[in-house]
Design a protein around this ligand. Structure first.
Ligand code: B12
Length: 212
């Protein structure tokens, strides 16, 4: 790991927003590969934060400041990840499901999709099933992308799929799900059309869903 990559990793771990932004910019200015910064520096730091939380070394405030530093770093990285095409690949309504405030992964998925010329309607986090339904209805979206990071909120994906069915919209839209606790098996069980374990594979999944 280069020194700068290590600095980015530790500035996120310690929740130092300003330093994270500066180090990410410095690395980019030096020609670093954005996906290496993202995966080996930033996402690796968030994974470690989660591990420390599980072990009782970190608490919610530490997770929160680390998440803020991560979001700040992502803001700097975004223009390098998103090089939007002209022709739209499709319309995606995205959100983190009801009860769940984790939005970093969902934001990354949105960024990568945007970079592949998808139009994004980002509903944010803690999104009520009816809000997804309304957005699909209003925008005539091609895909609904739902994220969940908690085992307790994963079932709200199924509730949302049921709400789309009840509104008569399920046949008009593909449903894609993701988030750390999810699996392909779970996606199949709740009747989603696609699952991806990370943001770059989310793009491939979205494309294949629309090609199908
Ligand atoms: C940061 C963080 C927080 C922050 C969130 C800030 C924010 N704005 O997002 C804060 C401090 C608010 C938080 C709160 C809580 N958290 Co928290 N948090 C995390 C942490 C450390 C990192 C999550 C993250 O951002 N990862 C980085 C991103 C890039 O990864 P990702 O989200 O998995 O996304 C990738 C893929 O999953 C996929 N993906 C994601 N979404 C989608 C969607 C689609 C459609 C597709 C295709 C793919 C896809 O692509 C993404 C990019 O590659 C995780 C630990 C972990 N390792 O996941 C715990 C973790 C998720 N939290 C946990 C817990 C317990 C909580 C709290 C309940 C703690 C508490 N006691 O209050 C609360 C719940 C609050 C709520 N109601 O949501 C547990 C969950 C345990 C469980 N099994 O349910 C974890 C796993 C920590 C742990 N190891 O115990 N948390």
């Amino acid at each position: 790991m280069s020194d700068l990559l290590r600095d980015i990793y530790s500035s996120i771990m310690d929740g130092r927003q300003k330093e994270t932004a500066e180090k990410v910019q410095e690395a980019l200015d030096q020609g670093a590969d954005p996906s290496v910064l993202l995966n080996e520096g930033m996402i690796a730091a968030m994974t470690e934060v989660g591990k420390l939380f599980e072990e009782g070394e970190y608490f919610v405030p530490e997770m929160l400041v680390a998440a803020r530093a991560m979001q700040t770093g992502l803001g700097i990285l975004k223009p390098y990840l998103v090089k939007a095409d002209v022709k739209s690949s499709g319309k995606v309504v995205a959100g983190t499901v009801k009860g769940d405030l984790h939005d970093i992964g969902k934001n990354l998925v949105c960024m990568m999709l945007e970079g592949s010329a998808f139009e994004i309607i980002d509903l944010g986090a803690d999104v009520d099933p009816q809000r997804f339904v309304e957005a699909v209805h209003q925008t005539q979206a091609d895909i609904v992308a739902m994220s969940a990071l908690l085992t307790t909120t994963m079932p709200n994906m199924k509730v949302t799929i049921e709400a789309l069915k009840a509104a008569g919209l399920r046949d008009n839209v593909k449903v894609m799900v993701g988030g750390a606790p999810l699996t392909q098996q779970y996606a199949d069980e709740i009747g989603a059309d696609g699952f991806a374990p990370d943001a770059s594979r989310a793009v491939a999944t979205a494309k294949s869903l629309l090609a199908a």
